[in-house]
Ligand binder design. Structure first.
Ligand SMILES: [Zn+2]
Ligand SMILES: [Zn+2]
Length: 565
């Protein structure tokens, strides 16, 4: 049986502390095998956060003697000793190049001699500490120019090779290559960009590389004390060229110099690697960044390629309806308009009528009825569904609009509250995309919203609502592209709505956009489960008709203004 190979950064920091970044470390898991590479500041805590305790480690590897890479090695080993009697696990296997870091490992318990002795006398009697002091099983090897095998699992399924790297004046600094049945992972340790790591990385699924923005920041540090630091670390642009030559599929940057403190600063690291010519995946590491390979996952891709653009919804967000004078950008100034169209009589009549019993509403079981030519008995109004739920139907006219414009709108507006407020200025007050993809020019409009979640805060009638609207491919409910095309539809927006505070599912919504002689029409359906109170129907109908009709009144101008098309 082949397992997943799971790589987790236990620390992405450097000697100078920065919030949220523990010291250097990478955990590689395959089945029951857990291999930890380096043990910088905070390693035991980060391991616990990743679900691993020192007693679970199969082996601990060291890249070199710098304190930011092994200051917590004694913590890993002593914690395991403290755990050993309760959960027998034997001494920690430490794999290190012979030389300075091996010497550190041999001597590291010395400074704890008094603590160890006191602990032994105090806790031995209660049976929680064994009589013998902490031990390690130290395995050393010579750091060599050509890769050598330094470790293998008992069944030989997982093997680790090592090669000497260039971190002079530090001696005996190495990189590691871990080969499992599901992935090849290379960990650079600290080094300048070098041929040794390039060869070791040949064809690797993942290269975990230390990163320093030398090219970008070289002029700023010239002549300062930082120049020495920059001189023996890996330039981000150089990493990009090297990884491309080596055919690496995914680069994961760690040991970040200078440590980024914002998304913008992180993206600069990625831009450097791209500038070096790298075409594969790039992830700028944070503590506990995890990338998996193997069964159940498409190989060489992170669990979700969008994951790095994921945002966190602020639970305490302060929001308001309307726009204050200085809040608008140029587009907002031009298109924000407080007044919205008045509801037509047919909508008011449909709202007054309430839930109709003479027609059946659309739900997921009969949604393909929308593919029939012409109109259904209920196009604007509220009805029960075959399963006893509620279906709210709204028909809106979009003269002068195309389905391309509507797809563009859904990809564009979800990025910013200002844009969302244009749509229904009297009801919309906040939006945030779960994945901030708006700057990715290579994505199509549909790719920006399908698979994404738009968190919105809005009034539905008098009810303030905090919703998560997750857009899906309409093929998931049987509305396939060829069927839609032959039925005259340009696009269908299909989404599942949840309560963004609690995550429970509320409704499904379908906006089916069909071409007409002078533009298009939208046939909207909100599908609510049995038990939904009927009083939500009329305000939902009002809200949908108003926002869609209002948007249709300026969408062609807005589309031209923003896209230039
Ligand atoms: Zn370091
Ligand atoms: Zn170092």
């Amino acid at each position: 049986m082949i397992h997943q190979t799971i790589v987790t950064l236990t620390g992405t920091g450097v000697p100078h502390p920065s919030p949220g970044r523990a010291g250097a470390g990478t955990l590689v898991r395959y089945g029951d095998i857990s291999l930890q590479f380096d043990a910088g500041r905070g390693t035991v805590i980060r391991l616990a956060e990743a679900g691993i305790e020192p007693r679970d480690l199969t082996a601990q590897f060291i890249t070199h003697v710098h304190s930011d890479h092994l200051i917590d090695l004694p913590d890993v080993a002593m914690t395991r000793w403290v755990q050993n009697l309760v959960n027998p696990c034997g001494p920690l296997t430490v794999v290190s190049p012979e030389g300075t870091s091996a010497k550190f490992a041999r001597n590291m318990f010395d400074v704890f001699a008094d603590d160890i002795e006191t602990r032994q006398h105090h806790e031995m009697s209660s049976g929680t500490i064994e009589a013998a002091g902490p031990e390690i099983n130290l395995v050393t090897f010579a750091a060599t120019q050509e890769p050598i095998r330094v470790w293998a699992s008992d069944d030989q399924t997982v093997v680790v090779d090592s090669v000497a790297v260039h971190h002079e004046p530090v001696t005996d600094a190495v990189a590691y290559r871990i080969t499992t049945p599901s992935a090849v992972i290379v960990i650079s340790g600290d080094t300048t960009v070098c041929e040794e790591v390039e060869h070791l990385s040949n064809g690797a699924d993942l290269l975990v590389h230390e990163a320093c923005r030398s090219t970008a920041l070289g002029n700023l540090v010239a002549g300062t004390v930082l120049e020495a630091i920059f001189s023996y670390h890996a330039d981000t642009v150089g990493i990009g060229s090297m990884a491309e030559r080596a055919g690496v599929k995914h680069v994961l940057l760690t040991h970040l110099i200078p440590p980024p403190s914002s998304e913008v600063e992180s993206l600069a690291f990625e831009a450097d690697v791209r500038a070096g010519g790298f075409n594969g995946l790039v992830t700028v590491g944070n503590d506990l960044t995890t990338i998996s390979f193997g069964p159940g996952l498409s190989k060489n891709e992170p669990i979700d390629p969008k994951a790095k653009y994921e945002t966190k919804l602020d639970p305490a967000r302060l929001t308001h309806v309307g726009i204050w004078r200085d809040e608008l950008d140029e587009i907002g100034k031009e298109f924000y308009q407080w007044e919205v169209p008045q509801l037509p009589d047919r909508c008011i009549a449909a709202m007054n009528q309430g839930v109709r019993s003479d027609v059946i509403g659309i739900d997921l079981s009969n949604v393909s009825d929308l593919l029939e030519p012409g109109y259904l008995p209920l196009e604007t109004g509220i009805a029960s569904t075959p399963s006893g739920g509620l279906s709210v139907a709204v028909l809106t006219e979009w003269p002068g609009c195309s389905s391309e414009m509507i797809d563009w709108w859904f990809g564009w507006h979800i990025a910013k509250t200002d844009r969302y407020k244009l749509w229904h200025p009297q009801a919309h007050f906040f939006t945030q995309p779960k994945y901030d993809l708006s700057h990715l020019e290579e994505l199509s409009d549909r790719e920006k919203y399908r698979g994404n979640t738009s968190w919105v805060d809005e009034y539905i009638g008098p009810f303030p609502s905090r919703l998560g609207i997750t857009f899906h491919d309409p093929a998931e409910i049987g509305l396939t592209e060829p069927q839609l095309e032959s039925a005259g539809y340009g696009t269908v927006i299909y989404a599942v709505t949840t309560d963004s505070d609690h995550g429970n599912e509320l409704s499904h919504l379908v906006h089916a956009v069909r071409r007409t002689e002078n533009g298009c029409e939208m046939r909207s359906r909100f599908i609510l489960p049995a038990g939904t109170p009927e009083f939500i129907g009329p305000p939902l109908l009002d809200h949908c008709w108003t926002e869609m009709t209002h948007l249709a009144s300026f969408l062609p101008r807005l589309y031209r203004r923003v896209t230039g098309k």
